[in-house]
Write a protein that binds this ligand. Structure first.
Ligand code: PMP
Length: 395
């Protein structure tokens, strides 16, 4: 990343770590197709196997449980489609199949769920931003075979979800739970067994690896059915020549994620300092999701009437990169679906921006963000002739 900029959008994509870039370059230079029998093929196969070990270690799983994909969108789709297929088969005799998704899932989960020919229901979240477990229990009680999708940490607010509790309820009801754990690595420890999910989705570029690599971790790969067939790669679960260099980078990033975890307190201190300062700049600011456990690197906040898009553009002009809500579909800035699900008023859901920190963040980045945000608020207050605002913003 260009060091003249302040990059505070780690939840959208995390800058590639130098050690990861070096590993990608090394594997690219070595070449080889993992399916080839000769030396080059064997070296490429070793690179993929090593990455599988590293990703398994990150997730607290066995290497045999890891199936590589092109990213988390594909991982979410592969897992949900596979589990839905089983639910349809098993549900024939007992009330049919359903997909239950939390109201704050990422678009890739929402899209995958609705693309399957099975009824979909949304399970609400509380005003604090966590899944309403009572509502889940009631929905599960309606019978049939359910596939439930619940993310580990929300990408907009950072709020951690009760995955272990939900998985226990789902399993008691005879269903399956898929967990989109994309935002968790390097930020909270993940242990696949403790989580209790049947399948888990991971994405390399959210933890300092290259884009275009991800994985499904499955309790048993027998749960999965392939979406693309042909060459038989990934034990027949995902045909196509592996993205060897990308996966090697993913593995290296998974290894390095332990480092990030050890620096969690430093990141949290920076995030908390930012929140303290924005509250001084504009006392009316609302931080969303701060009443419950959340990722230490994320803050999502809104000042009613100060549209997210205006802020993101003004901050960009000042050399500071943040995002408005979910940044996945480029240019899309509307009211946040996640914040609406938490019961936020429309003008809050339209005004929320997300600042997310990571391994390269420093106190200077926080200073620069605060200076730019404060200047933007001062300009706006001046335009609106709001003296009180101006004094507050001048602090
Ligand atoms: N799930 C979540 C929670 C995400 O934040 C993202 C990325 N924005 C994805 C899934 C999609 O991941 P990928 O970019 O690897 O397809």
């Amino acid at each position: 990343m260009d060091s003249r900029w302040t990059y505070l959008d780690y939840n959208a994509t995390t800058p590639v770590k130098p050690a990861v870039a070096a590993r990608v370059a090394e594997v690219l230079a070595a070449g080889g197709n993992p399916s080839s029998v000769h030396r080059f093929g064997r070296l490429a196969r070793m690179a993929v196997d090593r990455a599988r070990d590293q990703v398994a270690e990150l997730a607290g799983a066995d290497p045999e449980q890891v199936v590589f994909t092109s990213g988390a969108t594909e991982a979410n789709t592969l897992a949900l489609r596979s589990l839905a297929k089983r639910a349809v088969a098993d549900g024939r005799a007992c009330g049919g199949a359903r997909i239950l998704i939390s109201a704050i899932e990422h678009d890739s989960v929402v899209g995958a769920a609705w693309a399957v020919d099975v009824p979909v229901e949304e399970i609400p979240v509380t005003a604090a931003g966590t899944l309403d477990l009572k509502a889940l229990k009631i929905a599960l009680g309606a019978g049939g075979k359910a596939v439930v999708a619940l993310m580990l940490a929300n990408n907009e607010t950072g709020v951690l979800q009760p995955v272990t509790e939900a998985a226990a309820l789902v399993h008691t009801a005879g269903g399956w739970l898929h967990c989109d754990a994309v935002q968790a690595p390097g930020r909270v420890a993940i242990d696949f067994d403790t989580l209790g999910a049947d399948t888990l989705a991971l994405s390399s570029h959210k933890l300092g690896g290259p884009q275009g690599a991800g994985a499904v971790v499955a309790r048993s790969v027998a749960l999965l059915s392939p979406m693309q067939v042909g060459g038989g790669q990934e034990r027949g679960l995902r045909a196509g020549t592996e993205n060897v260099a990308g996966l090697a980078g993913f593995g290296a990033a998974a290894d390095a994620a332990a480092d990030d975890l050890s620096k969690e307190n430093e990141i949290k201190a920076l995030r908390d300092d930012l929140e303290d300062r924005i509250k001084m700049i504009a006392p009316a600011v609302q931080v969303l999701g701060d009443r419950v456990a959340r990722l230490s690197n994320t803050t999502c906040f809104a000042l009613a009437g100060l549209e997210a898009e205006t802020q993101v553009i003004a901050l960009d002009l000042a050399g500071v990169a943040v995002s408005a809500g979910a940044a996945c579909s480029s240019g899309k800035v509307g009211a946040s679906r996640v914040l609406r699900a938490m019961g936020a008023a429309e003008d809050i859901a339209r005004s929320a921006i997300r600042v997310s920190l990571g391994w390269g963040s420093s106190a200077a980045d926080i200073d620069r963000f605060c200076a730019a945000w404060s200047a933007l608020i001062a300009r706006r207050a001046m335009r609106e002739g709001n003296g009180t605002f101006r004094i507050a913003a001048g602090q």
